[in-house]
Design a protein around this ligand. Sequence first.
Ligand SMILES: [Zn+2]
Length: 469
Amino acid sequence: MPTLDQITKQALRALIPPPRLRLSEWIEREIVLPDGVSALPGPVRLWPFQREIADAIGDAEIERVTLVKPVRVGFTTLLTSALASFVANEPAPILCLLPAEADCREYMVSDIEPIFGASPALAAALSDERDESGRNTLLSRRFPGGSLKVVAAKAPRNLRRHNVRVLFMDEADGMESTAEGSPILLAERRTMSFPDRKIVLGSTPVHDETSHVLRAYAQSDARIYEVPCPDCEAMSELLWPDIVWDAGAPETARWRCPHCAAEVSERHKPDMVLAGHWRATRPEVQGHAGFRMNALISLHTNAAWGKLAVEFVQAKDDPTTLQTFVNTILGQGWRSAGDELAEDELMARAEPFGLAAVPAEVLAVTVGVDVQHDRLEVTYLGWTEGGTALVLGHRVIWGQYNAEETWVELDGLIGARFPHALGGKIGVDACAIVAGDGVSMHHVTAFATPRTRRKVLAIKGAPGNRPMI
Ligand SMILES: [Zn+2]
């Protein structure tokens, strides 16, 4: 039996004529980018992967849209255009939530006003700056049939007064809870009285465990954008571990097809992205469309694979710059497992020892290495006479498993010596390297075999504890 809510939705839908255009088509017809907002002023041209996102936002059957987004894929323009379509086609109370007041001002002045001003369908909508109620302020506009308010998540008091049908939240991972609770939940509560509400939440993810946008994406139908390989035509998501380059020359970056191992150069990217499509990995979820992407599909010249690889090489040795790369380019949350500083701090609190002060009872140090496609995870263990293992430290070497410099870096790490509590220094007595899969096994043995005398061994991964040497 349908609920009252569903009946109301159906009744409302019956009253509203179906839109003649899909939202992506409306945007490309009506939205004009002025000089200064875009490097390409003129009518908006959406990228292939942006069209379905726009259509999902415009789809009455979809209540929630979640966007896990990197930078350089043109999101601000897409969101502003979608916002514009509600103002022009489905006027309603609209709320746009951004992390801070400065973000709100910047967004209103640099995006909404110039884009609305340059687009004939919108120029009239927001022109009545001083209506009779006198309530227009910099961050609030009234228009026939609705209003648009841009509110900072840091001032949740401002949320209480409004009930809204359309809620846009951008950079949600930059929103912190206040004494009044989560600004995201407070804002969503403002939409409860509208059965045909629309909630769009987007963000560059920040921390894996606390990310609002990753949590929302996990509840969505979890779409990924897949592109065809020019060689074997199999569809794949473009992922960072499949980007390879010549040793020491990140500018030569290519995409290695995970199906046929063909190495595909940048010049194929526009055709691949054009022929790509979104695939829901949780198609059983209805009413919540989630989109995840990284900058590898961007057609911006400053997101060419070679440029991104150069940025990666510059960023990878410093956790702060590396996190920025992982968040903003790869569109991924930062995992504390790969966060050396957090890990070291944690260990420093838990145990009064580490590589900087190897305790007296440690007689030998061993290193375990786990090989992933984009990094090596290195764990140092200290062994006591009784056979107890103490975790002394953990390091992550960011780099391709098949790049020479990754293994040169490992060679340096296992050659290091550490101050021992009894005086002098202690080196690494043995090193076991676990190949993650058959693909990396060859590189592991190529590294280990010439170092057998230093007790560097390649071992096969097995669950549970393995006896050390
Ligand atoms: Zn292929």
